[in-house]
Design a protein around this ligand. Structure first.
Ligand SMILES: Cc1ncc(COP(=O)(O)O)c(C=O)c1O
Length: 466
């Protein structure tokens, strides 16, 4: 217990300083205004590109989370840990495709295996192929699954995992975490990042569904709250599954309390509810066998995407035989034209070869060293902030107290988070555009790269305290 806050699962990193001093928000606003001016001066071609793209693509982007106001930076190419933008600037990529580029941009092994497939194998058969079977066998072993199927995106994987859970339990309702994001399937649109005014009290959250979704029955629970989870499970007999990121990586990073996931596992068993761990963002960024193995709790079904594909559009769902048998016997028929095609199979095979325990441990050590340097800066400048990390991912949380759920997250200092992000962007260090994301140390990042992130963070601390 720290300030009455329960300890977190020991697999994660969280370092909250004992003392801090408030930040002068008038100064933050002044700095932000100056940084936005700087941004506009350096990104003329991105502005022009966004104006042109917006005539054809809504917001000028191919996915709405690529957009930010007034316009995002447009990238011309990427290699290793670096982007080149349309203004010709070399930028350190600390977002790495939200984790999809874990092995680095244009990783040579990914490139050579995909090229080999293009030269010799083919691009799509829509019939079985040893290339898909071989990588399925590797992932089955690596992630400890009885069976798995490939899909083309995290959205498809979470949708099919829920449908498998319904087919097996013969129940339909879904439990999800307040604030949690799991892609575009209708039940998962409920309470994604809802406005606090719309969702009632913290101890009895009201589900909030957008008009465009037909979600069915969805119960929303706060993360890290076992008593409330049990209350919902006890009160309702129609629940098929509980879907949750084992470590929440769509609200910066929120670690499970010590014992939380073990408690979730027990409750799901008690009430005959399928436990789905959404590992679209954790996956190999959490360690060689994903977050489930790292935290020591086995779900019934798991969804994987991003980090398993080396940047190609591929994902998977899989898990226990009891559940995957529903795909075998057709209770939940799973289809898809492009599933597990030779190009993505080649990329996944390269990722599997690259993501050795040694390679991932080396990247994690670089991350941990950077987090420790950030801690020293937070202490030196008495910032009301703390570091958080899991595997090769990390973030600064602008709060002097730990964040354990969505309401805590909404209580963090978003103005400071915006300044911190923009400060990096203007100094050639690109962390993800949403303030709810985290950085990623890929296999291509070095300590020198991380020192750039640490260095600009110290400059920011100095400016805020000057
Ligand atoms: C936890 C989680 N689940 C599912 C998805 C959806 O994945 P995709 O964008 O590949 O459809 C995302 C995307 O960011 C995610 O973060």
């Amino acid at each position: 217990m720290m300030n009455n806050v329960p300890a977190h699962n020991p697999a994660g990193w969280r370092n909250v300083p004992a003392t801090s001093k408030p930040i002068d928000h008038a100064k933050v606003k002044k700095l932000l205004a100056a940084e936005w001016k700087k941004f506009s001066a350096a990104t003329g071609k991105s502005a022009k590109h966004n104006k042109l793209a917006s005539k054809t693509l809504p917001l000028g982007v191919t996915s709405s989370f690529q957009h930010w106001d007034p316009y995002p930076i447009s990238i011309a190419s990427a290699k290793g840990a670096y982007f080149t933008d349309v203004d010709g600037r070399k930028l350190l990529d600390m977002s790495m495709g939200f984790g999809a580029m874990l092995v680095g941009h244009l990783n040579p092994l990914v490139v050579s295996k995909v090229k080999e497939a293009l030269d010799k194998t083919g691009t799509l058969f829509v019939t079985p192929s040893p290339s898909a079977t071989e990588i399925a066998e590797r992932f089955k072993k690596r992630f400890g699954l009885d069976m798995l199927r490939f899909t083309n995106s995290g959205t498809e994987s979470t949708m099919y995992a829920i449908r498998v859970a319904r087919a097996v339990t013969k129940k339909k309702a879904v439990i999800k975490i307040e604030g949690g994001y799991h892609g575009g399937y209708d039940p998962l649109q409920v309470s994604v990042k809802p406005a606090l005014a719309d969702i009632g009290p913290a101890d009895a959250p009201i589900p909030d569904a957008p008009i465009d979704a037909v979600p069915g029955t969805v119960y929303v629970v706060p993360y890290n709250d076992l008593p409330y989870l049990e209350k919902i499970m006890k009160e309702h007999s129609d629940i098929a599954c509980f879907i949750v990121e084992p470590v929440v990586e769509n609200l910066s990073i929120i670690l499970p309390d010590k014992g939380y996931l073990e408690g979730v596992r027990k409750l799901c068993d008690k009430y005959n509810i399928a436990l789905i761990f959404d590992e679209v963002k954790t996956g190999l960024t959490a360690g060689v066998a994903g977050a489930s193995k790292r935290v020591g709790v086995t779900p019934d079904l798991v969804t994987l995407a991003k980090s398993i594909g080396g940047g190609l559009p591929v994902a998977a769902f899989g898990g226990k035989k009891k559940y995957m048998d529903a795909v075998v016997d057709g209770r939940m028929a799973h289809f898809g034209t492009y599933n597990g095609n030779p190009l993505v199979a080649a990329a996944m095979t390269a990722v599997d070869e690259l993501c050795t325990p040694e390679a991932l441990a080396a990247a994690e050590a670089i991350n941990t060293a950077a987090l420790a340097k950030m801690d020293a800066i937070i202490a030196k400048y008495e910032l009301p902030a703390h570091t958080i990390g899991f595997g090769v991912k990390g973030a600064i949380i602008w709060s002097p107290t730990p964040v354990r759920n969505y309401r805590d997250f909404k209580n963090t200092d978003f103005l400071m988070a915006e300044l911190s992000w923009l400060w990096g962007v203007n100094r050639g260090v690109i962390t993800p555009p949403g303030l709810d994301e985290q950085w990623l140390v890929s296999l291509a990042h070095t300590t020198a790269d991380m020192n750039k992130l640490v260095g600009e963070f110290e400059e920011l601390a100095k400016a805020v305290r000057s």
